[in-house]
Design a protein around this ligand. Structure first.
Ligand SMILES: C[S@@+](CC[C@H](N)C(=O)[O-])C[C@H]1O[C@@H](n2cnc3c(N)ncnc32)[C@H](O)[C@@H]1O
Length: 272
């Protein structure tokens, strides 16, 4: 499709989703209008990955309101979608996580994140803002059987659903759910902390973590996907050093950045 047509299609999809989501009361998958609109939006943005198109969409003054507010509405819809799917999967006689619409994206994302820290083994991996359907935690449990996985979320219902789902798929001993604000979370020694893309209060979380012996993965959003998720605030360079990041890829919505504590990195650089 010529770029001009794709530009127009992307503008229409962004505007239409924003107009719909801001007026609908129910943003869960039970509302077909919301599901169709968001599916179309994600598919359209996936086709807009060229640097020229991405720049055009991010700089478009006529989309400033959508750029500011659409990711917030998408975040609400995502929380609802995760709860819907967690309930659905818990209710199935046999629970197959691959039924979830975005299972392929999460599988790709998790694989790309595993590559970021492949030279290290963590005793514990925590996922802050894990949600009702903590797929990342379940996938990590499979790939890192030696690690304990902790899901942190302050939403009571999300925690109850995540716990039930973990039990249903036989991971209750490896994947633990802690209901608390991530701001209060204290990692163990040699822990990897993953900050979900919808984590609130991230700057405070980074500040709390800078005194701890942990590594960090921050889920970010780049290019046109910033209409779905806001770009993440990053930790200060004096406390954490970015070691590696995943590349933008049409198979994954988020990019991820891997950090180690700045002092730890300097010590290993000196020793090398
Ligand atoms: C949709 S969900 C799951 C994460 C999503 N799959 C992702 O990768 O971002 C986001 C969850 O983060 C939780 N959350 C956001 N900020 C939080 C915080 N400061 N402490 C604990 N949970 C938080 C919300 O309750 C919600 O359940």
């Amino acid at each position: 499709m010529p770029t001009a047509m794709l530009k127009q299609e992307a503008i229409s999809a962004i505007r239409a989703s924003y107009q719909l989501l801001r007026t609908e009361k129910n943003l869960s998958p039970l509302n077909d209008r919301v599901t169709h609109s968001l599916t179309h939006l994600v598919r359209t943005l996936t086709r807009c990955q060229s640097p020229e198109l991405a720049k055009f969409l991010l700089d478009a003054p006529e989309l400033a309101v959508e750029r500011e507010h659409l990711p917030i509405l998408c975040g609400i819809a995502e929380c609802e979608m995760e709860k819907f799917w967690a309930r659905h999967l818990i209710g199935r006689p046999v629970c197959d996580l691959a039924e979830f619409w975005y299972f392929p994206e999460y599988t790709e994302l998790c694989q790309a994140e595993l590559d970021l820290f492949k030279t290290r083994t963590f005793e514990r991996i925590s996922f802050l803002g894990a949600g009702a359907l903590p797929l990342t935690a379940f996938l990590l449990a499979h790939h890192c059987p030696q690690s304990e996985i902790i899901c942190v979320d302050f939403d009571e219902e999300a925690c109850a659903l995540a716990e039930k789902l973990g039990r249903k798929i036989g991971l209750k001993d490896q994947v633990k759910v802690q209901r608390m604000d991530a701001l209060q979370y204290v990692p163990a020694q040699n822990e990897l902390v993953i900050c979900a893309s919808l984590l609130q209060g991230r700057e405070q979380v980074y500040q709390n973590l800078q005194a701890q012996d942990c590594a960090l993965i921050v889920r970010d959003s780049e290019g046109p996907y910033q209409y779905l998720y806001k770009a993440a605030e990053l930790p200060s360079v004096t406390s954490f050093r970015e070691i590696a990041k995943t590349q933008m890829d049409a198979r994954r919505i988020n990019t991820s950045r891997y950090f180690e504590r700045a002092t730890e990195w300097m010590d290993s650089a000196r020793a090398a």
